[in-house]
Design a binder for this molecule. Structure first.
Ligand code: NAI
Length: 354
């Protein structure tokens, strides 16, 4: 007997693979900005291979970059074709945001201006906030109203806030910023310290901004050791490490990768972007994941900034994990990163007035 695997949306194509009949869904349109850059180079394969939206979901990729990069982008398009991926329904390379965002169901906003030598943080923020204002306006005009937007380009949290502000017809819950790379880094540090596989460490949280003020918090984390689940604090039994070296290692991991590779994290950033979007589309069940979302003031954080919280996702909707105890140490850390986000928001809003 053949096995039927039906996807949720209307079937368009039927593939018979020996005894298994797979009905393919209608393709969804997915945009990646900064598509000629280094994160996109890893990310595009993951999306087109089914690792993000599932093995029955074809994708039509929209690739946005700036006009001078169209030649490089052409090479990326050639390579995507040469991958001969069954789920890749089509590719649209463009330098026009309104063309890129037309009818998209998911948006990976990776493209941003890199920090150049001698450039102040303020100048970088000003340049990038303008990009995300323009992209918010274009999303508002032409994207699906249920589009899920993941901002990767830095300063990711504040860029996501600005993008949402300039796309008022799309719910603000649909704009998120990536702190999943920080979560993955934190999980991996703890797994190595304890000596267990990374999959056996859970409930590590990244609070706040994707910057050096972020708070990687292991106080709720658990690990499976010898078949039993135990608290990470109890297993490691070293408060000074968990509040000190663990936190700073995660905060400075990006800089350590740059020092070694002479280029910023790309493979791991692409993997984290895939993890974030997959969990948002397909759900987390009882797993906690960290996402930068528009704050409702939970845990005494400032409202209306994009703040990273632990969330769970059901039916495409994220929900902040409630009821966690915040220690005095955590309070200070949450407040410091919140303060930075409030300052960034003010600077960004000043730029947008111009
Ligand atoms: P990259 O410099 O290799 O690529 C960036 C691409 O964006 C370039 O092709 C550039 O032409 C393009 N771009 C610039 N302005 C654009 C615009 N207005 N519209 C469309 N495309 C535009 O940089 P990479 O390594 O791919 O990183 C991209 C961003 O991701 C950077 O802002 C980086 O800081 C950030 N990042 C964020 C992480 C996170 O955890 N949230 C982790 C790692 C990187």
């Amino acid at each position: 007997m053949p096995i039927w695997c039906c996807a949720a949306s209307a079937p368009t194509e039927t593939h018979v693979v020996s005894e298994v009949v797979v009905i393919m869904a209608e393709p969804i349109r997915v945009v990646v900005t900064g598509a000629a850059g280094q994160i996109a180079y890893s990310l595009l394969y993951q999306i087109a291979s089914g690792a993000v939206f599932g093995p029955q979901q074809p994708v039509f990729l929209h690739l946005l970059d700036i006009a001078p990069m169209m030649g490089v982008l052409e090479g990326v398009v050639m390579e995507l074709a040469d991958c001969a991926l069954p789920l890749l329904a089509g590719v649209l390379p463009t330098a026009n945001p309104e063309e890129a965002f037309k009818d998209v169901a998911a948006a990976f906003l990776v493209g941003a201006m890199p920090r150049k030598e001698g450039m102040e943080r303020k100048d970088l923020l000003a340049a990038n906030v303008r990009i995300f204002k323009e992209q918010g306006q274009a999303l508002d005009k032409v994207a699906r109203k249920d589009v899920k937007v993941l901002v990767v380009g830095n300063p990711a949290n504040t860029n996501a806030l600005i993008c949402s502000k300039y796309a008022p017809s799309i719910p603000k819950e649909n704009f998120t910023a990536m702190t999943r790379l920080d979560q993955n880094r934190a999980q991996s540090q703890l797994a190595a310290k304890i000596g267990v596989p990374v999959k056996d460490v859970k409930r590590v949280i990244i609070w706040g901004n994707h910057s050096s003020t972020q708070f990687p918090d292991a106080s709720n984390a658990v690990a499976i050791v010898g078949g039993a689940q135990k608290s990470v604090s109890e297993i490691i039994n070293d408060d000074a490490y968990l509040k000190g070296a663990f936190v700073t290692t995660v905060q400075k991991r990006g800089a350590a990768v740059i020092a070694a590779r002479k280029m910023s994290s790309a493979l791991s950033a692409a993997k984290a972007a895939s993890d974030h979007m997959r969990d948002w589309f397909l759900g987390t069940e009882d797993r906690w994941v960290s996402m930068g979302v528009v704050s409702d003031g939970s845990y005494g954080t400032p409202r209306d900034v994009v703040y990273s919280f632990p969330v769970t996702v059901t039916n495409g909707k994220w929900k902040i994990v409630e009821g966690l105890t915040i220690s005095d140490f955590a309070r200070q850390m949450l407040d410091a990163t919140g303060k930075e986000l409030v300052e960034e928001k003010q600077e960004a809003l000043d730029v947008c007035k111009d």
